[in-house]
Design a protein around this ligand. Sequence first.
Ligand SMILES: Cc1cc2nc3c(=O)[nH]c(=O)nc-3n(C[C@H](O)[C@H](O)[C@H](O)COP(=O)(O)OP(=O)(O)OC[C@H]3O[C@@H](n4cnc5c(N)ncnc54)[C@H](O)[C@@H]3O)c2cc1C
Length: 383
Amino acid sequence: MRKTADVVIIGAGISGLAIGVHLAKKGVKDIVILEKTFPGNGATGRCGAGIRMQWGVELNCLLSKFSVEYFENVNEILKNDVDVEFWQGGYLIGAKDELEAEQFRKNVTLQNSLGIESSYLSPEEAKDMMPHLDVSHIKAATFCGRDGHLNPFKTVEAFVKAAMDLGIDIEKNTIVTGIEKTGGRVSGVKTDKGDIKAPIVVNAAGGWSKQMAELAGADLPVYSRRHQILVTEPVEPLQSAMFMGFGLNIYIQQVPHGPFIMGRGDADEPTDLRMTSSWKFLNDMAETVTTLMPRLARLKVVRQWAGLYNMTSDAQPIYDEAPEAKGFYHACGFSGHGFMLAPATGQLMSELILGETPSIDISSLGIDRFKGDMLLPLESSVV
Ligand SMILES: Cc1cc2nc3c(=O)[nH]c(=O)nc-3n(C[C@H](O)[C@H](O)[C@H](O)COP(=O)(O)OP(=O)(O)OC[C@H]3O[C@@H](n4cnc5c(N)ncnc54)[C@H](O)[C@@H]3O)c2cc1C
């Protein structure tokens, strides 16, 4: 393996790949991405790959708007023809109670003020859009037709291809075991295949980012939590939009090939690195979905699996240089929406690393916000 690099990126998930591609597009030559297994095997390949601009805080709206526009032009931007299956059937989001409906009114006002064409709907209007939804369980809904979902594996393929075309080295089956520092600056990494000297190291290790920070003696205020998801047998097209509910605790999409993919959160899940599957999830998910969509009761589940959400206490990401080690950058804490933020992550992290003015002001997404009383408003539009 090589002995030096200009930039080492830890993790070939969607974030690490996007950061590498953006740095290379800006002319950085000698980039290596180190991946302990294979690209996309972390949260990226396990996720729902949904993308929506309907958020409750301004920055998440802006970051995801950037990403929607990027995915709309992804082949031109990445200069390849991989079909990432970007399906813009919209997101229909249901409010469980009056309190949430009131919040949704505010969300739509915010979104519209940022140029996001979302609308506030009555339960009857939601029913017209999704006839198999039992709208007696919702008080209102919102909809944005440019939201949608992608195929996470094809999206990884598109970024890997772009990375390789740009001369980025992706070292699979290579575990980062140490981070070297010299005089308060990062100076390289140790791996199970040898050491690499580098003046810039990027922590894009997703659920394992806290452990990577610790290798550099850095304190990263994130934690990981298992999230589970399942896929059913394929059936005739029934649902074009993703349906989601925060209080209702569900997201459900029908992918172009016919299967439904659905997930929900569980606040009782332990905060560790387990990625096993549980009967409880299957049971809770079945109850949730058949209450809201009784027509799906006879659908057969093909498989369930799990991945890690890497969480911050305000459910917004961290984009920052570690105060403990100059040249060591974190892109993590995506709190369950890092797939859709990846294009913005790539762009903004490359600008941060190269000392350029960021395209979107991310000064509030630094690590310092977790000290004292600087926390951002909590993003409540999450499952
Ligand atoms: C069930 C589920 C559903 C989700 N649904 C959505 C969704 O609909 N939309 C959305 O936007 N987001 C969703 N997410 C969140 C999304 O998957 C993540 O935020 C995103 O994939 C994070 O990407 P990443 O590249 O930062 O991390 P990851 O994809 O986890 O990549 C990190 C990589 O680092 C590697 N790594 C770790 N330690 C080391 C080491 N020591 N040495 C070398 N490599 C290492 C790992 O192997 C991994 O490949 C979901 C997540 C889950 C689990």
